[in-house]
Ligand binder design. Structure first.
Ligand code: SF4
Ligand code: SF4
Length: 81
């Protein structure tokens, strides 16, 4: 499942450099995650790095992007091919 940043984001920019897939960018009002690039950090880390560092806990699973561990690993392989 890709992750999603909610409107509670305070634009602190702490998460963006932590993402191994460059999936996080500044959106129109707050930071956003590209679901095509977010693997929940599968392939790089044991836990989602952005969630670890976000000071306001505004990053959560995106219900529009349901993916299991195998699909996330496939996405990781596509991104690194
Ligand atoms: Fe990037 Fe990992 Fe956060 Fe997804 S979970 S946006 S890959 S840091
Ligand atoms: Fe927004 Fe959290 Fe990222 Fe800071 S760490 S920019 S509050 S999502």
């Amino acid at each position: 499942m890709a992750l999603l940043i909610t409107e509670e984001c305070i634009n602190c920019d702490v998460c963006e450099p932590q993402c191994p897939n460059d999936a996080i960018t500044m959106g129109e009002e707050y930071y956003i995650i590209d679901p095509e690039k977010c693997t929940e950090c599968v392939g790089h880390h044991d836990t989602p790095q952005c969630m670890q560092v976000c000071p306001v806990d505004c990053i959560e699973p995106d219900p529009q992007w349901k993916e299991d561990a195998d699909q996330l690993m496939e996405k990781y392989k596509r991104l690194t091919a």
